[in-house]
Design a protein around this ligand. Sequence first.
Ligand SMILES: C[S@@+](CC[C@H](N)C(=O)[O-])C[C@H]1O[C@@H](n2cnc3c(N)ncnc32)[C@H](O)[C@@H]1O
Length: 396
Amino acid sequence: MADEGAFPRKKIATKAKHLILQEYVKAWGGIILHSMHRKRGLRPIVLGYLDTCCGGGVYEGPGDRDEIDTLGSPIIALRALRELVALGESLGLVVEARAMLVNTSSTELEALRRHVSREALDGVDVVYEPGEFAAVAGKACGFLHDHFGLVLIDPYGPSAIPFNAVFPLVSQSYNDCLVHFSTNGLKRWAGSALKAKAERTPDEEKIVEMGTAFFGTADWIETARKDRPEGKCENALVQLYRNKLEASGVRTLAVPLLFCDQNQTKYHLVFTSRNVAGLASMKEKLQKGDLYQRQLRHRLLVDREESSKGPWLFEPEPDLSSMREVDKEAVRAAVLALLNERKRAEFQDVVAACLDLPNVLERHVRSAVTGLRKDGRVACTQGKIKYHDVVTLVDP
Ligand SMILES: C[S@@+](CC[C@H](N)C(=O)[O-])C[C@H]1O[C@@H](n2cnc3c(N)ncnc32)[C@H](O)[C@@H]1O
């Protein structure tokens, strides 16, 4: 029997998003707790989670009830927080975990409250906040202020949370944020924005205003016009959004999540953090989530063909192992380019500068720097390089 108030069965993109969230909450808390462990004796550590569009907590799913098949983001995050409280205790730390769950629908929020009440969440305090997120954004910033915060900003398809509600959260010193960037929304906004203002209907004008609220200013219209071919406009606008978030001093990463049965992006997940260890860990999780969605899509295609339900709706994926391929020369070149510009940089800045390259993880950057050191192109400490070690360019 379906759970009361359950959302319809998850799409593949939702499963991948939830896998990324589940893995990252644990990694994020682990990084914080292990680093605070070394500074033991300080005040209690507060881990805060904010779900700005939390939903009802449960999805319909198959009988075997795998967490990733049926649990919504708030329950996934709360369970991970509970594990982190236990991890903190095992490290001799005092950890307080708190979550703020926001939803515009009070019916969904009530369903969530019932589901959460069945969870054993010792050590995790939960606050429910009904309403549009933009209306409670100030309160949410106060909730996370001065604590380590993880924020999921995940509205439905074409709806979007305005930039002036997102930016203050991204700007807070200790927050990591995962933001849903809707491709559906983008197509609607860009479609209307391509028309001259005088030619737009009142509805189209409203749609353009939604886009402007999402980006914070109207300059996105210029980008959409300049890069008219569809795909280019999408990538250019994702990059514009990242640049705007980066203006607060954070670094960003992004991954496209795909439709189940088309070769098209459903939405992008944009991640922001000031912490390079967090960024490097998220890159791994995004890559794992991407591989997972492609495996599920592949399975779907095979099932469809086996049940002879007609032709495939999209080309099968090429060999998935190619997703792991790293262009080592490109990593070396990126390291040298950064050092040519700056002459010296902390290793963590070198890592951050390379993470946007396809499939590149921290270990690939480490091995590029070690190789360059061996070749006498750069200088840095011998042995295992640490984040704060300085890497310098060696003059030829
Ligand atoms: C895609 S669902 C995501 C649910 C949840 N994050 C998850 O992954 O399980 C989006 C939810 O956000 C709610 N929502 C949409 N726009 C919102 C807004 N502006 N403020 C608060 N909640 C919103 C909807 O009611 C819906 O429950």
